[in-house]
Design a protein around this ligand. Sequence first.
Ligand code: RFL
Ligand code: PHB
Length: 390
Amino acid sequence: MRTQVAIVGAGPAGLLLGALLHRAGIDNVVVEQRSPDYVLGRIRAGVLEQTTVDLLVQAGAGERMMAEGLPHEGFELAYDGDRLRVDVHALTGKRMRVYGQTEVTRDLMNHRRAAGLQTVYEAEAVQPHGIDGAHPHLSWRHNGAEQRLDADFIAGCDGFHGVCRASLPAGAVQTFEKVYPFGWLGVLSDTPPVHPEILYGNGERGFTLASMRSHTRSRYYLQCPVDERVENWSDEAFWAELKRRLPPELAATLVTGPSIEKSIAPLRSFVAEPMRFGRLFIAGDAAHIVPPTGAKGLNLAAGDVGLLSHALADFYGGSTAGIDHYSQRALSRVWKAERFSWFLTTLMHHFPAHGAFDNRMQRADFDYLCTSAAAQTSVAENYVGLPLEL
Ligand code: RFL
Ligand code: PHB
């Protein structure tokens, strides 16, 4: 088999890259280790930045998102009972859109099928080869048979635990990491959201997040110890703790019901540099992880593949400038999103090791935000997403 770009991973990064390349007339094949149902079963992101929305529309996969996604013009921060609404639209002229990662993935899968593009699911032992030369290829096993895909380039969109970054020679990549001393326990339920906008709360009992997928489906999170087990949390226990952490006026109106998904995610910041090695590019969670506070992970993945699709289109148009600058351009955006996610995580969580001084610093940060238009504008422009400079 031969193609122009071999894409490893059928998450949002891989599928969006495939759709954008197809739009640019560049042939591609996606190779994924899991089944389509497994990929669709992962409940993750919910908030799309303007840039991600624009890329999905450009890719030709944005129709349902534009019809069903909920436009959001602001969000709230609550700190020990005090509430601040950040009016993102008034401060930046832009808006977010609430639309689940599952739906983004489903739309991109359907788009790929309708366009007749090839996707290999349940590929075992995927391995990139020859990235130092001009003729790289991928190998894998499918139903016991060895398979090979020759390509001009390989795009590693295979997530944090993927094979592409892991297969690079030691010393070729520098990594930066911070692990936070807590995780997020998340619940999805078919109940109306407690608040029309996304609300991040911090207080004595720790962080909480009230989000949604639609007017009838809620998504809530609670900060929990890093070694917490989901089996320890009945639905009743979750709702009771959420009520204690929400501002009392919201807790009083909370509608509860059975959970349809419950899981725990650890929080980490991670960056691998550079994002290109010869004929291999890495993009999305394969190259970087942000803690979910600030909703940057999926959006960064979309930004990376937006840059990469332009770089590859330039290459096939006769210029190597785009691929030569991909890593540096992507990382410049990535580090700013890392900074913002770390800032919002630090502001909105209870840190077990913090002393009285750190707690006063946190409170001062929140008070400053409440009283400074400049500080609110900075938060708003980062939350809605920094522009993609192509
Ligand atoms: P993915 O989604 O992990 O997809 C990678 C794909 O590669 C496959 N794969 C392989 N395929 C072949 N061979 C191998 N050896 C392979 N190894 C792996 C995997 O099976 C998978 O299908 O990475 P991608 O595409 O880079 O997308 C990144 C996003 O999924 C991630 O950043 C977000 O989900 C993060 N995130 C959020 N991001 C936002 O922008 N907004 C949010 O509101 C938001 N909320 C969240 C989140 C992540 C969370 N968790 C669980 C980590 C909330 C949570 C709780
Ligand atoms: C979500 O709805 O899952 C969500 C919203 C905002 C975040 C993270 C996750 O910052």
